[in-house]
Design a protein around this ligand. Structure first.
Ligand code: SF4
Ligand code: SF4
Length: 415
């Protein structure tokens, strides 16, 4: 049990001189309403694995400047950063911000492999040069023996390897003109890993936008959104400022993202240049919202009798909060049977890079999600987050494929 009443705040919510201001930390009422939404409590069933205990640890790090035990840091590190606790908290605790501040303060030691991964996702030129080598690896027949050797598992790369399914080696074009009389122009955020490994979603997004009368720009200078860096205590100012500068320089009606994990990060961009960050956020849309808002009355999709289950990624439910747009868009397909997955509030285990850093915890959550998916007898599951789709599709015994909702929509465009 802990108490925030004696933490040194003069007034609830006011900063104290010894540390940074934590938004609303003093407002935690210890009510416990966050506990049942927390995936790690679902797994471990102990108080140490609850949001309110983590907030206590965070306040020690950020406000009280007290030492934390190794055990406390392990429990903090077990957090998936799904932010389900934020959504249900009556005090609207800014858990995501608190966690990121604590990670940055702790200066978490990352392995050389993680450092290499951070650099790879930051440096577009490095990634582009690496792609042909990946293609050689995929053709070489080395995948099976390498998997059997257990080396990938030992290096926590077994789940990452499923990303190598269909890498795109060529860059996207810089401009895709509208296929009907143009109404306007938008820019597409392509992400870092998704740019190469989720090309299908990006191409169908462009196809749909062109079909509703929008020219699509894909600025090659854009970079990683920074989400994985930020959640691992790494500096993100450079990545943020680059994306803000690149997209703000474009004469477009909107900047669109297709992956909710990136979208959640982009939607919370802050910068020393506050006006530039605000302009960026003002023009930012989740593609589902944009399509819904700009769908032409005369564009009819062809019918489908598929049974679809909707997975709601944590980044969509707890940050973007626009999951209803997915259902509304899918209803444009006549005949489609659409239902929400049960327990959508519980994370599937992906958690950005969590599936790589905490494979056992993530694996147990994926098992739970897969049991729910199997029970739906759906033909397809849709998810607006690339990371979740990859991780769920990597489940060994899965028979129901997870796709981006845009893939279904684009597949029903009239010829
Ligand atoms: S729901 Fe909010 S106020 Fe209640 S214990 Fe959790 S973090 Fe604290
Ligand atoms: S962010 Fe998710 S995993 Fe972390 S404490 Fe909140 S509910 Fe639990």
């Amino acid at each position: 049990m802990f108490d925030f009443m004696d933490m040194g705040f003069d007034e609830p919510g006011e900063p104290i001189e010894s540390g940074p201001y934590i938004p609303d930390a003093a407002e935690c009422m210890r009510c416990g309403m966050c506990i049942s939404s927390c995936p790690t409590f679902r797994l471990f069933q102990i108080d140490e694995e609850t949001p309110r205990r983590r907030i206590r640890t965070i306040s020690k790090i950020l406000v009280e400047n007290l030492p934390t035990s190794a055990e406390e840091r392990v429990h903090l590190d077990n957090c998936l950063q799904c932010r389900a606790c934020e959504t249900v908290c009556p005090s609207r605790m800014a858990y995501g911000q608190l966690f990121d501040q604590a990670q940055a303060r702790l200066k978490v030691n990352v392995s050389w492999l993680a450092k290499l991964a951070f650099r790879l996702i930051e440096k577009k030129r490095w990634r582009t040069r690496l792609m042909p080598l990946l293609a050689v690896y995929l053709k070489s027949g080395l995948q099976k023996p390498l998997r059997r050797s257990g080396l990938l598992k030992k290096m926590h790369l077994a789940d990452a390897e499923v990303l190598l399914d269909k890498p795109a080696l060529q860059a996207l074009a810089a401009c895709y003109p509208a296929s009907v009389t143009p109404f306007g122009r938008v820019a597409l955020f392509t992400g870092c890993v998704a740019e190469h490994f989720d090309r299908e979603t990006l191409l169908v997004a462009i196809k749909l936008l062109n079909a509703i009368g929008y020219e699509v720009l894909v600025p090659p200078q854009q970079g990683c959104c920074g989400a994985i860096h930020q959640h691992n205590g790494q500096s993100v100012a450079g990545l943020i400022d680059n994306n803000i500068a690149v997209f703000n320089a474009l004469d477009v009606d909107a900047v669109l993202h297709t992956a909710t994990g990136c979208g959640a990060m982009l939607s919370e961009y802050q910068s020393d240049d506050g006006k530039a960050a605000e302009l960026f956020r003002q023009r930012l849309y989740d593609i589902n919202d944009f399509l819904l808002e700009h769908w032409p009355d005369d564009l009819q999709l062809t019918a489908s009798t598929l049974k679809v289950a909707v997975h709601e990624p944590c980044s969509q439910r707890n940050v973007l909060k626009n999951q209803q747009a997915v259902y509304a868009l899918l209803q444009k397909i006549p005949g489609l049977s659409i239902a929400a997955l049960a327990d959508n509030h519980i994370c599937c285990g992906t958690g950005g890079s969590y599936m790589l850093t905490h494979p056992d915890n993530a694996g147990q959550l994926r098992d739970l999600k897969q049991q729910i998916i199997s029970a739906t007898y759906a033909d397809v599951v849709v998810s607006g987050n690339f990371g979740c789709a990859v991780y769920l599709n990597g489940y060994p015994e899965t028979t129901i494929r997870v796709e981006h909702p845009l893939v279904l929509l684009a597949g029903q465009l009239p010829l």
